[in-house]
Design a protein around this ligand. Sequence first.
Ligand code: GLP
Length: 257
Amino acid sequence: MIAPAEELAVLAADAIEALLRREPATVLGLATGSSPLKVYDELARRHEQEGLSFARARGFMLDEYVGLAADHPERYRNVIDTEIASRVDFAPGAVQGPDGLADDLPAACAAYERAIAGAGGVDVQLLGIGTDGHIAFNEPGSSLASRTRIKTLTRQTRVDNARFFDDDVDQVPTHCLTQGLGTIMDARHLVLLATGRHKAEAVHQLVEGPISAMWPATVMQMHPHATVLVDDAAASRLQLGDYYRQTFESKPGWQGL
Ligand code: GLP
């Protein structure tokens, strides 16, 4: 779907709201990065003004930096608390993330996989995309079947994320824990948001490129229910952009995402 960023956020929030109203004990997959921020704003607004409740829902984060102090503002756990968890009525402990401060990181990854499975799996997974085509922190070369594990961040990702660390790439951690591509693919609905021209090549590869570990997001082509929400700039390299626009404009009986 190609539309202005504000509209995309409303569509993504509609999909989450529909799920919550149908099944209040729903499991949400929460992403960090700037892409989902407008969705979180919209969900927080609906919670405040329209009574949308997350009281019985659970949330699982995609990824976490390794080694950032518990109170570091850029620790993803804290980012998710600030951007969404603390703004709505999740029950205490209902939002979980991989533990980047664990002594035994592989054990923490395995425990995280068990926690997601134990909750019955993720119903809707929000996603952004890196300029190199990563989703969560599955960098190029990631196994398309990977599970939650430790990854080394690429220089490109660390440079991209330096804006959150006083523009100092050396402050960006070198490692992370991330849900694998196989983990993400188990979610029942994937909703990816991307805006801006710097995402155009990654979006083109994601939607139209050959499936390849070199562009990890291309694995989504194999998902039975994946929605890609992009603005004009992020859509600017799509070969079949006009066709996608036409498809959505003429879709009969529009039922949401
Ligand atoms: C980070 C996150 C990803 C996110 C990506 C893009 O690397 N781990 O989950 O999709 O950044 O971020 P942004 O949405 O800020 O462009």
